[in-house]
Design a protein around this ligand. Structure first.
Ligand code: NAD
Ligand code: UFG
Length: 340
């Protein structure tokens, strides 16, 4: 299959690219590199044994996307391009609506004009808001509490409408829980610009000595050890979920949503201990105030994905931690090699 992968140079997209290539698909990446680096394409090529096609450009640019679709006879689109910082979205909501919602709108217009009828979209567990029950299933009420989450919800709703108007279209919204870890080669992984917002990249930088200690946001949640609990999923398992979604679309049309998680929650302190075990490094931390907008506990009901996509996460917490650490070591070696 010829797959257009938007945001393919990013953290999740680069892993999706290598999984697609190893499943025999032709991958065409569109990324404007606002939150990634060009050399990721070379790393994907190194892992995949052949280069993916790459275009630097904006997913909301309808004529540009139409041209890419025609040139590569695209059958399916996996749409990951977007901004993802919850905190920034609260400060700059229009930036999020512009890039995420208008970007998806342009992509959908281009797909319609070129009669492309399969789409996998990266949504987020954040659309559920504060869980009213656990595990969180796909029918859980949606109480979005920030502009980032609302941008995801708007796109999901846009897709529902388009599926009604175009019965030949198949759209799957994958609601990710917390992707962590890296490809086992150490060539690609989570490499955020600036200070990491997310737990795992911060932990990795503390372990490597780049940062002094981790701020644990809140020690008084109603969880077994008082720290926040999340459903961490290995990014390679998550990436494989996209191939399962494409397979599902070859048999079905209409709108679908699936959680991608492991169904198991770990606290921040459990993550620190697991990481220390996997890396052999200490992760000093301080318990500080809760971070605004955080929920106490969230983990997925994975039954729908298990049955509907015939997919299940199989990698362990240890795999997540050791691969994240291996990637960090590769990064440090490369930086020393280039004198940075
Ligand atoms: P990322 O920032 O590493 O990757 C996103 C990529 O999209 C980047 O390479 C960026 O340059 C590109 N991009 C952004 N806007 C673009 C545009 N208008 N046109 C073309 N390219 C554009 O983020 P990620 O962690 O890989 O996340 C991928 C997707 O998954 C995002 O949509 C994000 O909202 C969603 N998601 C991520 C998480 C997570 O914890 N990482 C959780 C839930 C959902
Ligand atoms: N945490 C810390 N210290 C840090 C960073 C995080 O204690 O420096 C804690 C948080 O309070 C939370 C847990 O670690 O309890 C996980 O936090 P992350 O920031 O890694 O992840 P979130 O669950 O807040 O959000 C992530 C993505 C969202 C996505 C959501 C889906 O950032 O984009 O998962 O569940 F929508």
């Amino acid at each position: 299959m010829n797959v257009l992968l938007t945001g393919g140079c990013g953290y999740i997209g680069s892993h999706v690219a290598v999984v697609l290539m190893s499943a025999g698909h032709e991958v065409v990446i569109v990324d404007n590199l606002t939150n990634s680096r060009r050399d990721v394409v070379d790393k994907i090529a190194e892992i995949g044994g052949r280069p993916p096609s790459f275009y630097q450009g904006d997913v909301g640019d309808v004529e540009f996307i139409r041209d890419v679709i025609r040139r590569h006879r695209i059958d399916s689109v996996i749409h990951l391009a977007g901004f993802k910082s919850v905190g920034e979205s609260v400060q700059l909501p229009l930036k999020y609506y512009q890039n995420n919602v208008c970007g998806a709108l342009g992509l959908l217009q281009a797909m319609e004009a070129e009669s492309v009828s399969n789409l996998v979209f990266s949504s987020s567990a954040t659309i559920y808001g504060n869980p009213q029950y656990l595990p969180v299933d796909e029918a859980h009420p949606q109480h979005v509490i920030n502009a980032y989450g609302r941008s995801k919800l708007h796109i999901e709703e846009m897709l529902r409408d388009v599926c009604i108007s175009r019965p030949s279209l198949g759209a799957i919204c994958l609601r990710y829980f917390n992707p962590v870890g890296a490809h086992h080669s150490g060539l690609i992984g989570d490499h955020p610009r600036g200070i990491p917002n997310n737990l795992m990249p911060y932990v990795v930088q503390v372990a490597s000595g780049e940062r002094e200690f981790l701020n644990v946001f809140g020690g008084d949640y109603p969880t077994p050890d008082g720290t926040g609990v999340r459903d961490y999923i290995h990014v390679m398992d998550l990436a494989e979920g996209h191939v399962a979604a494409l397979n599902h679309l070859s048999l079905s049309t209409g709108w679908h949503a699936f959680n991608l998680g492991t169904g198991k929650g770990y606290s921040v302190l459990e993550m620190i201990r697991a990481f220390e075990g996997g890396s052999g490094r200490a992760v000093p931390y301080k318990i500080t105030a809760r971070r605004e907008g955080d929920v106490a506990c969230a983990y997925a009901d994975i039954q729908a994905a298990t049955l509907g996509l015939n997919w299940k996460a199989k990698r362990t917490l240890e795999d997540m931690c050791s691969s994240a650490w291996f990637f960090q070591n590769h990064l440090s070696t490369r930086r020393q090699g280039s004198g940075r």
